[in-house]
Every structure is written in C-alpha cells, then in structure tokens.
Design a protein around this ligand. Sequence first.
Ligand code: HEC
Length: 136
Amino acid sequence: MKKYYLYINLSLLFFSTNVTAEENGKHLMKKLCSSCHVTEGKPTLAPPIFAMKSHVKRAYTNRNDFVQRIIDWVEEPDAAIALMPGAVNRFGLMPKLSYKEEEVRKIAEYIYDTKIKLPEWYQKHYKQKHGDEPNQ
Ligand code: HEC
C-alpha cells in the first residue's frame, strides 16, 4: 500500500514539473471557465474570455491588480461592482463557484499573459461602445 502511494506521489511530482505554468493555466481555464466563457465564437452563457479580459484589463492594467481582481470576483461575484453591467443584465450574475484560489490565480495569470486574437465582430462592437481599441 505504502509503495503504491509513493508511486502516485512521484508521478504527480513528475507531471507537475513537466507542465509549464502557461499550459497549466490554459488547461484550468478550459476546464473551469470555458463551459460559460467561450474562447472563440459568439457568446451564449457569458461574455467570451477575450471580452472579459478586455474589460478587466481596462480597469486593472497592472498584472497583480488584474490577477487579484479576478480572484476576488470568482470568490464572490457581486453585481454592485461588476465591470460588465451589460453582461449581468444579459446573462445574469455569474454564479459563485467554489474554485481553489491557486487554480484561479494560474488561470488569471495565463489570461493576462496571453495575447488573444480578437474576432472582427468584437473589435467593431467594442469600438462602437467604448470609442477605442479593446485591450488584448
Ligand atoms: C456557470 C457559468 C460561468 C462559469 C463557469 C464562469 N463564469 Fe465568469 N461570468 C459568468 C457570467 C454569466 C458573467 C457575466 C455576468 C457577470 O458579470 O456576473 C461572468 C463574468 C465574469 C467576469 C466579469 C466580472 C465583472 O466585473 O463584470 C469575470 C472576471 C469572470 N466571469 C471570470 C471567470 C473565471 C476566471 C472563471 C473560471 C475560473 C469563470 N468566470 C467561470 C458565468 C460564468
């Protein structure tokens, strides 16, 4: 039995040192966020990831502030401080999800660090609404 656990622990260690932070964040984002926040195409349940990023980055330009804001939001979504009130009206407030802070941090860092290609419809939509280019 002991041997068995040791084997599992070693293989976990091996696995985690072999995936980069970026792959980790991307994988976690797909698993925990993309069922609602699509990475491509038109939104159905929530704003796409790139739209959410653009709004959060507009208000929180600095990487640490951006990451902290996403962690705080996921822990306690609150319509009173929503940066996307239009999305709250359209989709309803994001439900409270009990995700691990460390996982949300990796996701937020991945989103901040990755330049996401914006579809043309979104660039037009953003410019019309906000008068400038979206933050990538
Ligand atoms: C069950 C569906 C669902 C899941 C899963 C989900 N979200 Fe959301 N999220 C929403 C909806 C709906 C909105 C738009 C309404 C709002 O802002 O509450 C939203 C909005 C947001 C916003 C904008 C907040 C603001 O200031 O307006 C952020 C940031 C966000 N989500 C981050 C995440 C992250 C990170 C994950 C994964 C860890 C995630 N969401 C998973 C449904 C979801």
